[in-house]
Structure formats: structure tokens, C-alpha cells
Design a protein around this ligand. Structure first.
Ligand code: M6R
Length: 607
């Protein structure tokens, strides 16, 4: 979604802001802009389209050492140059960039218009610039604070004033904002990737806090002017992690990173002597863990699919009732928080509004919610009652891949802890650990055969509709395979339990609708083979993802990909990776914008 960057320091601001916006491209956007302050002037340059389109119109001689920049993902108002940020007040002395949604903007706009103000854009954000101008009496920070008290909704904002050079005021309520501390230079950004090339020292701004940065200092206060002292955090990500290297796309890089990212997710967390695992951040005593009677997982998109895998796993192995639910649905159905129920909020970004708001609602009702997040210091990570960082490293491609396998790794660890506390024997624990630690090698085997999936994609990318079918713990993997294909290739794909097709979706089967079956040699294999035959009998094409040397399946399908044989519960790892690659190669085959697919944002910070 929208991205923000601000810079104040000795270097030419335009270049720093453009480079920072380029780093934010992965979040998804449709227009971008910058505003540069220099010697009593503010210059705004903004453009719909890509950062390269913006860069092309930034004057080469644009001087100035402080400014703000923004990537916009349209909500209020179409994708136009005028609607792009930054927005200015009538005098052009104030410029703002805003992430989030101002819910009462219509009322505010009507009032401002009745005061004689003419709006230039159709955005909700422009009201902020005019409000700050109305409240400005020589102190930008105060004017921002007074204006914020009138806003309803979510915001991360940055603001500059022509009469207060080398100063940026920022504020947050629901949309992330971080201060970057450099050498005689300061940054504000919605996302650390925007500033990682310049500094690793950051301070996270919380909701209802206002930050003022100058070239060599920053202050954070609450809305009542009370100073807030915060600790400086160190970003652990490396610059090369947010660069593509030799890969064609970030998605490809991230798929191929999975043997390492999964290893990072479990490293230092296994205890061979006890045949169990340890997760330091849970903030739960052994007694509290033992008292858990039920587990509920909330998440969105791919993280939701990881939650579904976890639900199968924990119910079947830890023998604890567990279910996963879409966070967006949980919040508004007045959820019941039952005793001895542990909740997990799963989110790669840690900023997904649907998940965050559902988590807050559950916490308000007294629930203990643990976070499973990738981005360190993200809102869900900070506001949850404990949790697990998955340590995938930055995931830049909009389509989530390595986060999924690391999220489930975290759940496999947690499942082992619970199981070993209850009924699982030492020997079974050892077996479980041995197989879990073997997962990265099994994934390497799949990755070594990527060329087969590329060929397969070449044969299938022209189809318009797909079904993805799996059973048991592979059913959520089928959902994930369908999601991957549709989001980056724009091919219509639906995921179902293979058993479910006879209850409706089988009506879609014809020569033009291939079915992708996940059919490992587990206890449901025979049932899935029956489903395959039902599809074949109706002239449907079938691609099977099956185990090596499964000649029976290979003889009845049109195409197949062999995955290494692993114990049933570990199949999601080896099944999802080829589906990610298949989707990736289909998208490449079709010439899609793989890393930034249309209409999508990496981090969805609005409901
Ligand atoms: O950051 P989160 O894990 O909370 O994001 C949730 C979804 O928005 C995300 O998984 C989305 O579905 C991805 N584009 C899937 O590839």
C-alpha cells in the first residue's frame, strides 16, 4: 500500500527520496511524488505510474536538502497526477504525504470548502494539508497536533513547512512510521526498507505519537506534548537482502531462498536432548502452556493458509482443538473469547489492518494473542502478547512465498513443544525433529528440478481457469497454490478439497480447465486417485504433484511433477514450493509484472 519517506540532511534530498521510493515499490502503488524544500521554496513533483515515470520529470537541477516522498495506492479518487501525494495547502507553504484513510474527510472537506478553500484533488488526504494550514501559527508541530485531533481514521503522515526548513513533522495512528537516525541526517519512513541503505538505527513511532526530526535530532511526544523516550532499535536486515542479485525477480529469489529461510526459522529453537523445541518469545510459562485447551488462529491471505496448515497439524499431532479463521471476519462477528484459549495472529508484514484490528478486539476481550510475524518491530509484533519471529528476511515480492514456509515452520516448532508436554514420547519427538530438520534438503531437491516446472508452465499458461485440489493437510496448500497463480498470472484459479469437487466444482471440468492435484502417498491417496479418475472421465486435464516413482498416478494423469517422499505431516513444505514455482513461471510466460502484480499491495494497511 502507500509508502512514505522523509529526509533532512546534507545530501540532495530528491535523489534520496526517489531511491527510497524505489525501495518501497514492492508495497504496491499507482502513483508517486516528492516535495523538496530549498531556500524558502517547496517544489512538488508527482506523477501517476511508476517511479521511473516520476524520475523522468524531476528537474535535474532540483536543489534542496529536505523533503518528503510518497507512493500512493489509490483509495479515494482515481489514479491521476493530481491525486498523487504530496498535497499542499492553498498557499503552497505546507506539503503533506499521508498513508491510511481519513474516515471523516467528507465532513472536514465540506467545512473547509465553506471556509473558502478550493480542493485540487479528490483525495481524503488533502484535507490534512488545509487543516494544518488553518491551525498554523508559526509552529508546525503544534499545528499538526491540533489538526490530528480533528481526524478520524488511520494515518501515517509526514509534513513540511516552507518557513521551517530542515524540519519534518510526522505522526501515526494505524499506519506505520519509523525514524531513521543517520550521521547528521535523519529519515522518516513507513517501512525500514526505504532507509536501509542509509542507516540501521531506527525508532518506531507508536499510534498517537508525533515526531519532529531535524538534521541531527528527533523528538517524540504524545498529543498532549508529553515527551516520550524510546529505545533505538537496530535493523537486522542487510541491504543485499532487499536486492535481487542475479535473479530475474524478487519472487524467484525468495522461492529459492527457502532452504535457508526455513533453517533460520528453526535455528537455535530445537532441543535435541529433550526431543522438543523452545520458543523464547511466547511469554507463557509451562503451566500456562499446559492449560491451553483450544487454539485459534487469525490471519489473511497466504498467512491464513499457513494458519490452516497449522490447524490440521496441531489438532492431529498435539491433539488440541485448533482452527484458523479470516481475521477480517473475526473482528465483526463479536467473537467469543473462551477461557484457556490461545490465539495466534499470523502476519508476514505485521501491519495487515484486518489482522491487527481483529487482534486488538480479541485482546480487548481479554484474549492472549501471540504474533507470528516476519517484520521485526511491526505493529502486530509489538502489540501482541508474545510470539515468534520467523526470520525469513525481507520479503519484497508481493506474492508471499518464503514467509509461508517459515510461518508453518514456527507452528511445527510450537506443535512439537505442546505435543512433547502432553503425550508425545521422546522417540516420537526425535522422529519429528529429524524429519523437520530434513525439510530444507527436500526443498532443495524440488528447486533443482525447477526447469521441469518452467516447461510445464509453458504448456499450461495459456489456460484461463484452473482448479487446485488437495486433501487433509494439503488442502490449504491447494488454496495457496490457487492464490499464487491468480495473484501473479491473473489466471482464474480456485482451490478446493479434492473431495469437495463432486459437490459442485466438477461442473467446471472440461478440456479447457486443468486440475492440479496434490496427491502424495499418504492415507488419502486412494481417495484422491478416485477424484482424479472422476475428472479424467469428464475429459479434464490433470496435473499431479505426486511422490517419486508413483507409477500408478503417473499413468493416469496428463502431466506430473515428482516431489520427494516425506512423512505425511511434512508434505505442505514439499508441495507448496513447486506450486509457487509453477505460478511464477506461468506469470513470466505471460509477461506479467511478477513482483508488483496489478491492484495488489504487499502490506494491506486498510480494511
Ligand atoms: O503481511 P500479511 O501476512 O498479514 O499479509 C496477508 C495477505 O495480505 C498476504 O498474504 C497476501 O495474500 C499475499 N499477497 C499473498 O501472496
Amino acid at each position: 500500500m502507500c509508502g512514505i519517506i522523509g529526509y533532512c540532511g546534507p545530501k540532495p534530498a530528491a535523489q534520496i527520496l526517489i531511491d527510497g521510493l524505489k525501495r518501497l515499490e514492492y508495497r504496491g502503488y499507482d502513483s508517486a511524488g516528492i516535495c523538496i524544500g530549498n531556500n524558502g521554496s517547496l517544489t512538488v513533483v508527482k506523477k501517476k505510474g511508476k517511479i521511473r515515470d516520476l524520475k523522468a520529470i524531476v528537474p535535474k537541477n532540483l536543489q534542496g536538502n529536505f523533503g518528503i516522498g510518497h507512493t500512493r495506492w489509490a483509495t479515494h479518487g482515481g489514479v491521476t497526477d493530481i491525486n498523487a501525494h504530496p498535497h499542499t495547502d492553498v498557499s503552497g507553504k505546507i506539503a503533506i504525504a499521508h498513508n491510511g484513510i481519513i474516515e471523516n474527510f467528507a465532513v472536514l472537506k465540506a467545512k473547509l470548502e465553506s471556509d473558502g478553500i478550493t480542493f485540487k484533488s479528490e483525495t481524503d488526504s488533502e484535507v490534512i494539508a488545509h487543516l494544518i494550514a488553518q491551525n498554523y501559527k508559526g509552529n508546525l508541530e503544534q499545528a499538526v497536533k491540533e489538526s490530528l485531533s480533528l481526524l478520524e481514521g488511520t494515518y501515517g503522515i509526514v509534513c513540511i513547512h516552507i518557513d521551517e526548513p530542515f524540519k519534518i513533522v510526522g505522526a501515526r495512528n494505524g499506519s506505520p512510521l519509523v525514524v531513521g537516525i543517520g550521521e547528521k541526517e535523519m529519515f522518516l519512513a513507513s517501512d525500514v526498507t526505504a532507509i536501509l541503505a542509509h542507516t540501521k538505527q531506527v525508532v518506531y513511532v507508536e499510534d498517537r505519537e508525533v515526531v519532529t526530526v531535524t538534521c541531527d535530532d528527533y523528538t517524540i511526544t504524545d498529543l498532549k506534548d508529553r515527551p516520550i523516550n524510546k529505545k533505538i532499535d537496530e535493523i537486522t536486515w542487510e541491504l543485499q537482502q532487499i536486492e535481487k542479485g542475479d535473479f530475474a525477480h524478487f519472487m524467484e529469489k525468495e522461492i529459492f531462498e527457502q532452504p535457508e529461510s526455513i533453517t533460520r526459522a528453526y535455528s537455535g529453537r530445537t532441543e535435541a536432548e529433550q526431543a522438543t523445541a523452545k520458543l523464547g518469545g511466547l511469554n507463557l510459562t509451562t503451566k500456562e502452556l499446559l492449560n491451553i485447551e483450544r487454539i485459534k488462529i487469525i490471519a489473511a491471505g497466504t498467512s491464513f493458509h499457513a494458519g490452516l496448515v497449522a490447524a490440521y497439524l496441531m489438532e492431529s499431532i498435539a491433539r488440541i482443538p485448533c482452527n484458523a479463521e479470516l481475521a477480517s471476519e473475526v473482528r465483526y462477528r463479536n467473537p467469543l473469547v473462551e477461557r484457556n484459549t490461545l490465539y495466534f495472529a499470523v502476519s508476514q508484514s505485521g501491519e495487515t489492518a484486518d489482522t491487527l484490528y481483529a487482534m486488538r478486539e480479541l485482546q480487548r476481550k481479554g484474549a492472549t494473542v501471540l504474533g507470528i510475524c516476519n517484520v521485526v518491530g511491526s505493529t502486530i509484533a509489538r502489540e501482541s502478547d508474545g510470539g515468534v519471529y520467523i526470520h525469513s528476511g525481507p520479503e519484497i515480492a508481493v506474492a508471499s512465498t518464503k514467509a509461508f514456509t517459515s510461518q508453518i515452520t514456527a507452528f511445527y516448532l510450537f506443535n512439537l513443544i505442546l505435543s512433547r508436554m502432553r503425550h508425545m514420547s521422546f522417540e516420537s519427538g526425535e522422529w519429528y525433529l529429524k524429519n523437520m530438520l530434513a525439510v530444507p534438503d527436500s526443498i532443495k531437491i524440488v528447486l533443482d528440478k525447477a526447469a521441469q516446472l518452467k516447461d510445464m508452465a509453458g504448456r499450461y499458461a495459456h489456460y484461463k481457469d484452473f482448479l487446485f485440489l488437495g486433501r487433509g493437510i494439503n488442502y490449504p496448500v491447494a488454496l495457496e497454490g490457487a492464490l499464487k497463480l491468480k495473484e501473479i498470472s491473473y489466471i482464474h484459479a480456485e482451490g478446493y478439497s479434492a473431495a469437495e469437487i463432486k459437490h459442485g466444482p466438477i461442473a467446471l471440468i472440461n478440456e479447457e480447465t486443468p486440475s492440479v492435484f496434490l496427491v502424495p502417498a499418504d492415507r488419502l491417496r486412494e481417495k484422491v486417485i478416485s477424484n482424479i479418475k472422476e475428472v479424467k472421465a469428464r475429459k479434464g486435464r490433470v496435473i499431479a504433484f505426486c511422490n517419486e516413482k508413483d507409477e500408478e498416478i503417473k499413468s493416469i494423469v496428463d502431466d506430473f511433477f515428482e516431489v520427494p517422499k516425506v512423512p505425511g505431516i511434512f508434505n505442505p513444505f514439499v508441495m507448496v514450493v513447486p506450486l509457487q514455482l509453477f505460478a511464477y513461471y506461468c506469470a513470466v510466460e505471460l509477461g506479467r509484472d511478477v513482483d508488483q502484480p496489478r491492484n495488489l499491495a504487499k502490506s494491506v494497511t486498510v480494511e
